[in-house]
Design a binder for this molecule. Sequence first.
Ligand code: ATP
Ligand code: MG
Length: 394
Amino acid sequence: MYRAFLIKYGEIAIKGKNRYLFEDKLVRQIEFALKPVDGDFAVRKEQGRIYVEVVSEEYDYDETVEALKRVFGIVAFCPVVLVEDEGFDKLAEDTISYIKKAHPDCRFTFKVNARRARKNYPMNSMEINAALGEKILEALPETKVDVHTPEVVIHIEIRNQINIYSVEIPGPGGMPVGSAGRAMLLLSGGIDSPVAGYMISKRGVEIEATYFHAPPYTSERAKQKVIDLAKIVAKYSGPVKLHVVNFTDIQLYIHEQCPHEELTIIMRRYMMKIAQHFANEDHCLGLITGESIGQVASQTMQSLMVTNEVCEMPVYRPLIGFDKQEIVEVAERIGTYETSILPFEDCCTIFVAKHPVTKPNLKVIKRSEEKLAEKIDDLMQTAIDTTETIMVEA
Ligand code: ATP
Ligand code: MG
């Protein structure tokens, strides 16, 4: 029955010129999200609002709702019924039949909220509110009017056609992707990094990703799992360019040359350096990780400092103050959790020491890294040269 969707967007701070930019990006992202949906749509801006109109005869309502729920920048959206203006009595009839379908349990309090975008309608808004309220009470005697805190607000917008809506579906909030810069996500197969990517993308940032694998110690299936995670993130962020780096030789070399308890922290420094290389190449303005203070040995304040020391661009760590349970909740909500918990080996866990340093000292770590001087530059270059780039789309 719905032929259009009214899109509500927030971020009151957005004013003037930026508002148009924001709206244009949002329109583009909505169009993009609706592309794979069954049906044809027209997205248009009108008087500070965005409407999605269904153009085709038929369309998949559920798919459309799911797609809109993933567009950052949408605070909420309302499915709208469009009716022709054929006089007030017909409008009352249409409104009542709409209510019966949209709110089948007719025991609610309501108010009518009419608005005239077209001033030549023979009644003014107040008159429509009163007259329509009366008609509804007559037809649905179990409803009650409550103008202060109604359970249902019946919106009537008089345009060339008349819009009727009363249902509001929450969107994800945030800013439309493309309204900020671009950043490089270090994406592993775990629970945290996909959530971190989602969160930064939610602020309008386009994301790219780098994954380090260590064949044959990590399998094709572990790599596929990361691609699958990137695919889920791409449902929100748009296509993700994924760099798959073969990290085996670097890892083996560190393992051979450096104290085992320092392996993880040294490895993480090289991951950052390589991710930063690709980030620079594609004009990213920062790196993103799924780190959270104290979660594991490599995420103590000391470890984060030592890891961070090799970074020349900001490192965004949106989960820094999150408990694991809070991260899991987001992962479940956005749909990455089930994939993240599949039990494939992670390149970090393979050579991991029983007792990794939890308070690494930068000077000590740098001294250990001197033992890598002979080959590390070549190994890094080879890793970069042999990196596989995959465009991941939802
Ligand atoms: P996650 O759940 O994201 O894997 P984690 O709890 O396993 O995180 P670590 O293994 O210490 O934590 O990794 C910290 C962060 O480093 C990850 O969130 C991710 O951003 C990055 N990272 C770790 N391993 C890899 C990898 N193999 N490829 C790319 N990035 C990685
Ligand atoms: Mg991990």
